[in-house]
Unconditional design. Structure first.
Length: 172
């Protein structure tokens, strides 16, 4: 039995050397040769609980995360509201979506765009993310996760770690 496995191993090495078997390129080589090390998480609402969790997962996988330079919020009707950020006050009208730039925008190699549905008790039903190269606009990779929420469903942290690990193959 050992001789059969040894013979098969030697035969496979011969075919590999002869070029009959090809080793496929990794996804990062076949998609883009550009250097990718930084990522910016794109979100529309600062009250989104998932933003920080995604940033943490990406940092654990070795990405350098560039912060979004804006604060946005939808304010309810009522009297004008004052928002204080460090030493600056912003007076906001009665209602509407406000977006305030906090610091000068920093460039990143990639943007992570995401959508999710039904975030409940540290679990989510659907999560989709795209890793987009900023210089070309090319979608480098996508991540899609679907599950029914209930007993035995995966926690959000585990899903985000899986996404960050899948995207980490594009780090150079």
């Amino acid at each position: 039995m050992n001789q059969i496995f040894t013979s098969l191993f030697i035969l496979s090495l011969f075919f590999l050397e002869a070029g009959c078997i090809s080793c496929p390129k990794s996804d990062s080589e076949s998609i883009s040769n550009a250097r990718v090390t930084t990522v910016k998480i794109v979100h529309s609402n600062t009250e989104d609980r998932l933003v920080t969790l995604i940033e943490q997962a990406m940092m654990r996988s070795g990405w350098k995360v560039i912060a979004n330079n804006r604060v946005s919020a939808f304010l309810p009707t009522g009297s004008p509201v004052s928002i204080q950020v460090l030493d600056t006050f912003y007076s906001i009208p009665q209602t509407g979506l406000i977006v305030q730039e906090l610091f000068q925008a920093k460039q990143s190699d990639c943007i992570l765009r995401y959508t999710y549905h039904n975030l409940w008790r540290e679990r989510m039903a659907n999560f989709n993310a795209s890793l987009i190269q900023t210089s070309t606009g090319e979608v480098i990779s996508t991540f899609d996760f679907k599950q029914k929420i209930g007993i035995g469903s995966k926690q959000t942290k585990a899903v985000l770690d899986k996404m960050a690990t899948a995207f980490a193959i594009h780090l150079q």
